[in-house]
Write a protein that binds this ligand. Structure first.
Ligand code: ZN
Ligand code: ZN
Length: 206
């Protein structure tokens, strides 16, 4: 059986989990877990996800707050150009010490912290996500936190740029690269006239 400490997503937090008021900074790359989006919009498994922030211990668990940044690969929904860029997400996650603990107590603990550190959690509502500590609180497992945070943040309608001009509806030319591209409508009219002329000539020749 694989050991917890061998997991690429296990972060040693034993030194801060001993008492409240401790902080452990995190600033490192972790491999992307499976299952973040799909091949159209997603993060390739194993791609480096940068995590920066800190684990802060409170009475009933650890709170991670920080930012994660992942290389999202996708394509523009208008012009189909592949897009690869870092996608930053702000994360606040709770790692409770004991799962048996009543939710009410956990909430009270979080509420007390909120009031003292409103700046960090500003803009967040009550839907803070909860993730596991392993081996009696020695390790925080951030695999699910990375996946959930990124899946929620993936763009639904990615664009290569806000004002992407898309593709020509008639021939598929990329209109960003050829802004003057267009099909001369008179071409079509002239083609019609040429056909008519040929028809008239054929009739006259009969
Ligand atoms: Zn585009
Ligand atoms: Zn065209």
């Amino acid at each position: 059986m694989a050991r917890v400490e061998d997991s690429p997503w296990a972060i040693s937090v034993a030194q801060v989990a001993t008492r409240a008021g401790q902080s452990k900074p995190v600033d490192a790359d972790f491999p992307a877990p499976e299952g973040i989006g799909d091949t159209i919009v997603g993060v390739a498994p194993g791609a480096p996800i940068h995590v920066s922030g800190s684990f802060d211990s409170i009475v009933d668990g650890l709170i991670f707050s920080g930012r994660i940044s992942a290389p999202v690969s996708t394509e523009c929904t208008r012009c189909l150009t592949p897009i690869e860029h870092d996608w930053p997400v702000s994360v606040t996650a709770f790692f409770p010490y004991a799962q048996a603990e009543s939710k009410r107590d956990a909430r009270a603990g979080k509420k007390a912290r909120r009031e003292t550190e409103v700046d960090i959690i500003a803009g967040e509502d009550e839907s803070e996500d909860t993730y596991p500590l392993l081996m009696d609180g020695a390790f925080a497992d951030i695999e699910a936190m990375l996946r959930d945070s990124l899946v929620e943040a993936l763009p639904l309608q990615p664009l290569c740029r806000e004002d992407c001009r898309g593709l020509c509806s008639q021939c598929g030319e990329n209109l960003n690269e050829h802004p003057d591209h267009g099909h001369d409508v008179t071409d079509i009219r002239l083609a019609g006239l040429a056909a008519l002329k040929a028809q008239l000539e054929a009739e006259a020749g009969e």
